[in-house]
Design a protein around this ligand. Structure first.
Ligand code: PLP
Length: 412
């Protein structure tokens, strides 16, 4: 791959050629894709890997002695190593391939159900995606444990001093996202992990929204569990990763029963396979896993420092331009943010703004962004969310600003 970088920023014109979808028009206008926080677009390099898989070595893995099965198994396990290296896990079997972030969270939550007892406590933050709230509510109902919420402030940051107050010897696990998908807030996870460990609590970090922008080092963070989805970082849907410390993965019971996760089966007793297979029941998303590895290779070739620097430029520019429009209110103005802007215009419904800008070819998200408690905090039904990736440009932000102005004119 020949991706040139000029100083810190990325060579965006060259990168855009890797994404065929960016050439298309929507409603007669060039597509401006600003819904990257929901899912990212896929570069040709990753699509080529998918086509190669089905064209040349499609087979079930870990089972056959035949050559195709061997080839598929080798590529799948190589992808696991790529993921291991990317997140700097100590051992490759600490990486469980999942169907995505939601799957990873449910796997851990359901495992904890058997470890929790009446009176235990679980802490989640007020900034969570529904996929971080609902599984834990279900587990609390089953186990009698209590769910407590770390509050947020007006700027969209969690209140650290309240976290310290809520954390006690009863706390078994702390659960929060690395980056909020609704607001883009980057949470001080290292500080939270260290503090939680001082009281003996485990920490699960939802990295779905952080992983496309920040390279997390699970050993340096000393995190117990870290989850992410491939489709938010240039990979396909239906595949993701769960990192778990070996000691924790050994302690948790299997999530699903089936083929691939067993060592021996009789009707009297089944013994489970070693890690990571204990948590990988059934035929996995083989092609997806291999493509996930290719997506990480693609992004690493550009460089995460370069990506972050460029996206911060876009964020700064878009924020300044948007605030020039009268009546615009931003939600989530934390000091540390990824390239997400959540906003409303006084007197207008976010859905109406989203509909008009779509007519002009611009894809943004409107609504509660699967984070209803945040919307309740601000007492709003939802926001318009524009989220930028390293393949977006300042020119696209200009089109977006013009479209928002037009929407405001039409709706006022
Ligand atoms: C997208 C997202 C999820 C859910 O990810 P899936 O890929 O839909 O499982 C969870 N948490 C956050 C912060 C997200 O951004």
């Amino acid at each position: 791959m020949s991706i040139a970088t000029e100083k810190l920023a990325v060579d965006v014109e060259k990168i855009r050629k890797d994404f065929p979808i960016l050439q298309r028009e929507v409603n007669g206008y060039p597509l401006v894709y600003f819904d990257n926080a929901a899912t990212s677009q896929t570069p040709q390099q990753v699509m080529d890997v998918i086509v190669d898989y089905y064209s040349n070595y499609n087979a079930n893995i870990h089972r056959g002695v035949h050559s195709l099965s061997q080839e598929a198994t080798d590529k799948y396990e190589a992808a696991r190593k790529t993921i291991q290296k990317h997140f700097n896990a100590e051992k490759s079997y600490e990486i469980i391939l999942t169907s995505g972030t939601t799957h990873g969270i449910n796997l851990v939550a359901s495992g904890f159900a058997s470890l929790l007892k009446e009176g235990d406590e679980i802490l989640v933050s007020a900034l969570e995606h529904h996929s971080n709230i609902v599984p834990w509510q279900m587990i609390c109902e089953k186990s009698g444990a209590k769910l407590k919420v770390i509050p947020m402030n007006e700027d969209g940051e969690i209140v650290y001093s309240e976290f310290e107050n809520l954390l006690t010897e009863k706390t078994q696990i702390v659960f929060l996202n690395h980056v909020s998908n609704a607001l883009g807030t980057v949470n001080p996870i290292k500080k939270i992990i260290d503090k939680a460990h001082s009281k003996g609590a485990a920490v699960l970090i939802d990295g779905a929204q952080a992983a496309p922008h920040i390279k997390a080092d699970v050993q340096e963070l000393d995190v117990d569990f870290y989850v992410a989805s491939a489709h938010k970082m240039c990979g396909p849907t239906g595949v993701g990763m769960l990192y778990g410390k070996e000691e924790w993965l050994k302690k948790l019971p299997p999530y699903q029963g089936g083929g691939e996760m067993i060592a021996t089966v009789t009707f009297e007793k089944t013994t489970y396979a070693d890690l990571p297979h204990k948590f990988e029941a059934g035929t996995p998303n083989i092609c997806g896993g291999i493509a996930f590895g290719a997506a990480l290779d693609y992004m690493n070739a550009i460089g995460f420092d370069e990506i972050a620097a460029y996206e911060q430029e876009l964020l700064k520019y878009a924020t300044e331009e948007l605030l020039k429009i009268e009546g615009v209110k931003l939600y989530g103005i934390a000091k540390e943010k990824t390239s997400v802007i959540s906003f409303n215009i006084e007197g207008l419904h976010p859905y109406d703004i989203g509909t008009i800008v779509d007519k002009l070819g611009i894809a943004v998200r409107t609504g509660h962004h699967c984070a209803q408690p945040i919307m309740d905090f601000y007492k709003i039904p939802g926001t318009v969310r524009a989220s930028f990736s390293f393949y977006n440009t300042k020119a696209e932000i200009d089109s977006f600003i013009e479209a928002v102005k037009k929407a405001k004119m039409m709706l006022s």
